[in-house]
Design a protein around this ligand. Structure first.
Ligand code: PEP
Ligand code: MG
Length: 365
């Protein structure tokens, strides 16, 4: 209804951060936003210095920075050169916006393109995450009262063995062309992990029996985005090669606040001390067992959260390309010992408001 609401020639403020369009702002509003823009531009300029540099604490501890991608398009793959790895390759793009299920060959070609573009760099390919709020026109799913708590992602793949097997065949075949890290979404239990592992190893064996090469070195990992698996992270770490914390879903399941519902946005608290403590636990349990652990949800690319995660001992963070300079800048502000102390303080606080005030003061934002 924009044409009815906006007068011709009227001044508009587009606040993409806040999700607002302000029509005909008054002088005070204009001035406030002009100042906001000035600060934002100054921050971008300060961050720009860090683009293309490694992510390092003040005392030289390195943190791997990965890229989140959502397609196999040349434009997106071109950005990989500035990153240490692909930390999240969302594969839904192959399935959505189509009128048919993508065949093995089509998927294989897309995955191979990504593997080849990344050379030796790990490509964390996440298996299909459909269900929840994402649906497919050609695969009607039964109506559910609570789709985010229903047959989503890995659960859907278990229910549709052909769908899962086709994707796994394509991904495992692509493993011969690079460094595949296969990652399972929406894992809730050790049974989930063991069941998926059986299907994956059967699929790899079947491919080899057909004479199709499959790498012997691909890694298998899980997304930690359901609280139950986070709580048994010590056990999960013994079953897989790596974990990546999906903070977007972890937050919604931990705080019982739908990530897409603006009415409960205030309850969806990324900086809830419970989030910090759960993430700390996962990081420590995986690190203790010498298993790689990263974060690929939005918090990993947040300049206030990333240094805290480094303080907890995370060894890699994955994010959209635009987030990397800001993360590098805030990680570089302190030594690793100082970040450990900041993380300890933050996790010991009682509520999000306190955590945010503390981190904003420490990172001057
Ligand atoms: C997450 O849940 O944090 C995540 C990275 O996955 P998605 O946003 O695709 O659900
Ligand atoms: Mg998720």
């Amino acid at each position: 209804d924009a044409p009815e609401l906006i007068k011709d020639g009227e001044e508009l403020i587009v606040d993409a951060d806040g999700g607002l369009v302000i029509c005909g702002p008054d002088a005070g509003e204009s001035a406030r936003y002009a100042e906001k823009r000035r600060l934002w531009q100054a921050r971008l300029a300060a961050e720009r210095e860090f683009a293309g540099k490694p992510c390092r604490t003040k005392d030289g501890l390195n943190v791997g920075i990965g890229l989140n991608i959502g397609s196999a398009d040349a434009g997106e793959l071109e950005q990989v050169k500035d990153f240490d790895f692909v930390g999240l390759f969302r594969t839904e793009f192959l399935y959505m916006g189509k009128d048919h299920m993508p065949e093995e060959e089509e998927q294989f070609e897309a995955y191979r393109r990504v593997m080849l573009a990344c050379g030796d760099k790990p490509v964390t390919l996440r298996t299909l995450d459909i269900g929840g709020d994402k649906t497919l026109s050609y695969m009607p799913l039964p109506r559910e009262d609570n789709p985010f708590l229903g047959v989503r992602a890995l659960r859907l793949c278990f229910n549709r063995p052909e769908l899962f097997r086709t994707q796994l065949r394509a991904a495992l075949r692509a493993s011969a062309y690079g460094n595949l890290w296969l990652m399972l979404p929406m894992v809730a239990s050790l049974e989930d992990i063991r069941r998926a592992k059986r299907i994956i190893s059967d699929t790899a064996e079947a491919l080899r029996a057909e004479g199709k090469p499959v790498s012997r070195d691909y890694k298998l990992g899980i997304m930690v985005e359901i609280p139950s698996i986070a709580v048994v992270a010590d056990k999960a770490a013994e079953e897989v090669d790596f974990a990546s914390i999906g903070t977007n879903d972890l937050c919604q399941y931990l705080t019982a606040a739908d990530r897409g519902n603006p009415q409960v946005a205030d309850y969806y608290q990324n900086y809830h001390p419970a989030m910090l403590r759960v993430m700390r636990r996962v990081i420590e349990e995986f690190a203790r067992r010498g298993k790689s652990v990263g974060v690929c949800g939005e918090l990993g690319g947040d300049p206030l959260a990333a240094p805290v995660l480094v303080g907890f001992g995370i060894d890699k963070l994955s994010m959209s390309a635009a987030s990397a300079p800001g993360v590098k800048r805030s990680v570089a502000m302190y030594t690793s010992a100082q970040l450990r102390e900041i993380a300890r303080e933050a996790a010991g606080m009682s509520c999000q408001e306190e955590v945010l005030a503390y981190l904003r003061a420490r990172f001057a934002q």
